[in-house]
Design a protein around this ligand. Structure first.
Ligand code: ADP
Ligand code: MG
Length: 226
């Protein structure tokens, strides 16, 4: 019980910190977005350059949404809510992560075979998934690469999502720290990714199981009831 109180106090601190960081981040994002929009109207811009600019604008927009989500950490905004099978989010997040995977010599195997619909907050699910994929890739980068397997499926009334990497793995002790705010073993880690992922899965009443072996890799198994 004391643990639970501690955990929720931590969540409050994170929300407050996130709110002020978000506030500070909004201005540079808005300025960058403004200049990109100007660039987009240039008469000498090539179609290919235009594509890059538009993608950057989409991503900036996305950053803005993520910030908004941190601000409303505990309360999903109704306009982000959808009733769907997550296929769009699964494919979108996969595409987003591809360049990062390629850079770190990580091969990605992706499969999607579920048709069950649930209500969820689009942005939070996207952010949660991206955090898990990113951690998987980062766990393999020091091994010179590896394989990230992402699998969406269904079993009876549950949606199952498996995210497996062939990275450095974790000890039981390390696993038990996952999701604690600011817990990070990385030089430039935020220690907020897993917290965000757990929070997003919690909100759809889902559950995350972790299986890991030091030096071998890690599997996250997410079960979401419909
Ligand atoms: P960050 O990635 O910024 O360090 P996270 O909250 O995303 O913060 O992750 C916290 C820590 O959990 C990581 O620093 C890492 O030690 C561990 N971790 C998370 N996912 C994995 C994984 N797939 N393989 C190995 N370690 C992991
Ligand atoms: Mg992370």
């Amino acid at each position: 019980n004391r643990d639970r109180v501690l955990q929720s106090e931590r969540l409050n601190v994170v929300s407050e910190l996130a709110a002020s960081v978000s506030h500070e981040m909004r201005n540079p994002l808005t300025v960058t977005s403004g200049f990109l929009q100007l660039l987009n109207k240039s008469k000498t811009i090539t179609p290919e350059e235009k594509r890059y600019v538009e993608f950057s604008l989409l991503e900036l927009n996305r950053a803005e949404k993520i910030i908004s989500d941190y601000l409303s950490f505990a309360k999903p905004q109704s306009d982000n809510m959808v009733f769907s099978n997550m296929k769009e989010e699964a494919e979108y997040t996969m595409n987003i992560i591809m360049p990062f995977a390629t850079t770190h010599k990580v091969e990605v195997h992706f499969s999607f075979s579920n048709t069950l619909n649930i209500s969820y907050d689009k942005n939070q699910i996207q952010q949660g998934l991206i955090n898990l994929y990113k951690n998987g890739i980062e766990a393999m980068k020091d091994k010179g690469g590896g394989l990230l397997t992402i699998h969406f499926s269904e079993k009876k009334q549950d949606i199952l999502i498996t995210i497996r990497d062939t990275g450095i793995g974790m000890t039981k002790e390390e696993i038990s720290r996952l999701g604690k705010p600011y817990y990070s073993t990385k030089e430039e880690g935020t220690g907020l990714g897993m917290l965000m992922a757990y929070s997003a899965i919690n909100k759809v009443k889902g559950n995350i199981e972790v299986e890991s072996e030091k030096g071998k890799g890690t599997t996250f198994r997410i079960t979401i009831p419909t």
